[in-house]
Design a protein around this ligand. Structure first.
Ligand SMILES: [Ca+2]
Length: 414
């Protein structure tokens, strides 16, 4: 997901490569965090989700300690209430998940968001009161269990598969003119745009079935313990979402998205929709939920505003150095391009002829393959730009290779 524009999260057992070095600490569309991302196949798909958390989160705002006098019954998934547990008199009550209409922290959040986003406080609280806690979301957002090996081969097979490629070819042939128009305007190749939309939602087939309101309330007010707290990020996205609905005259209770609240074909988070999306079909309205053309333009614009360089390749093949110290030094900056071609070669990396004339810096990117030998590539500034959509080298390579495959297959058809 592009951060502010959002994304879905593909989970599997890969975890995200951690780009802790914040070069472009811009806000972005998604929310993946650098330390956790990966392939837990338990989630259907929207990968982008994890993207941008690290960059966008505003300074952590400590959640107020709230003691609820009378905990209300949490809702179960089917909407039926379950019996309220009886608290021992000496037990200190803590906020029960959900029941936002009765929670002081929800009211405080509503007031804060209303001020920050210039919305009517009572309307914001009435919306939050209608949000439902979704326990499944609190499970999806958790990182892969320790010991779960990343596996590029598995990840690749999940996203570069016959069904997705076929859908991509159809998408390409239907919207090639718009893909080319976006490429001409922003310099982002049609294949990259197609790769993003394919990995995110299988070209609009899987845009998510959670109410965005429920997702953002659950993660903003009942973020699970056990991993780094991202509640501040989701609270802010909730504000952006309500503002977006207010601006576009949408009912917040009816908008669906990923479990992280990412929206539409490109899985933009609400802040990304507001900051980077564009009306590319010219109907006077930005609609990432229904307009593939708006999605195409918005993905290109997002990448262009996150460092994409026209005509620069995304990566080159490479044979890494055999010397352990040199290898460690080259891997240290992770996905951030940090070495010139000459520096890489002086440390023993072997690059193909096509990379010899590369003018920018490169990153040695290592993708694990479980117990098998890892895969290495050298990422350029444009490889890094794709990770601004979803902070994972596995994600970026899947986008790039799916796009190449779709582009090639679409061109080969009669
Ligand atoms: Ca439009």
């Amino acid at each position: 997901m592009a951060h502010p524009p959002g994304h879905g999260a593909a989970s599997g057992t890969l975890r995200s490569e951690a780009p802790a070095s914040g070069r472009h600490q811009t806000s972005r569309a998604l929310m993946t965090t650098s330390t956790d991302l990966f392939l837990q196949l338990r989630v259907a798909l929207p990968l982008a989700l994890f993207m941008g958390l690290s960059g966008c989160a505003s300074p952590p705002t400590p959640a107020p300690e709230v003691v609820i006098a009378a905990p209300a019954s949490p809702e179960v998934p089917d909407g039926q209430s379950i019996p309220t547990p009886v608290l021992e008199q000496t037990e200190v009550a803590t906020p029960e998940p959900g029941n936002y209409a009765q929670r002081d922290d929800a009211r405080l959040l509503a007031d804060r968001l209303a001020t920050e986003f210039q919305l009517e406080p009572t309307w914001v609280f009435s919306m939050l009161s209608q949000a439902r806690f979704k326990e499944s979301i609190t499970k999806f957002i958790m990182p892969a269990p320790n010991g779960t090996a990343k596996n590029w081969a598995v990840y690749r097979s999940r996203f570069i598969d016959p069904i997705r490629i076929k859908a991509g070819v159809t998408f390409w042939r239907t919207y090639e003119m718009d893909l080319r128009r976006a490429e001409a305007r922003w310099g982002v190749p049609a294949s990259i745009i197609a790769g993003v939309i394919g990995v995110e939602t299988i070209y609009g087939r899987n845009t998510g079935n959670y109410r965005v309101l429920d997702a953002l309330a659950t993660l903003g007010l009942d973020f699970p313990k056990g991993r780094s707290d991202r509640s501040a990020f989701f609270q802010k996205e909730l504000g952006h979402f309500l503002k977006l609905c207010n601006e576009q005259n949408m009912d917040p209770t009816t908008v669906l998205g990923s479990y992280a609240g990412a929206l539409g074909l490109p899985q933009f988070m609400s802040s990304s929709v507001r900051n980077f999306a564009i009306d590319f079909d010219g109907n006077g309205r930005i609609d990432l939920l229904r307009s593939p053309v708006d999605a195409i333009g918005s993905v290109a614009k997002y990448l262009a505003e996150h460092g994409w360089r026209k005509d620069m390749p995304t990566y080159y093949e490479v044979t890494p150095p055999t010397d352990a110290d040199a290898l460690a030094k080259l891997l240290a900056p992770d996905i951030v391009p940090s070495f010139s071609v000459a520096e890489m070669q002086s440390m023993g990396a072997i690059l193909p002829d096509v990379a010899q004339t590369h003018m920018g810096l490169l990153a040695l990117v290592k993708l694990q393959n479980g117990d098998a030998a890892p895969t290495y590539v050298t990422g350029t500034d444009n490889f890094y730009a794709v990770t601004r959509y979803n902070q994972s080298s596995y994600y970026a390579l899947a986008v790039i290779q799916l796009g190449q495959t779709v582009s090639r297959d679409a061109s080969n058809l009669p």
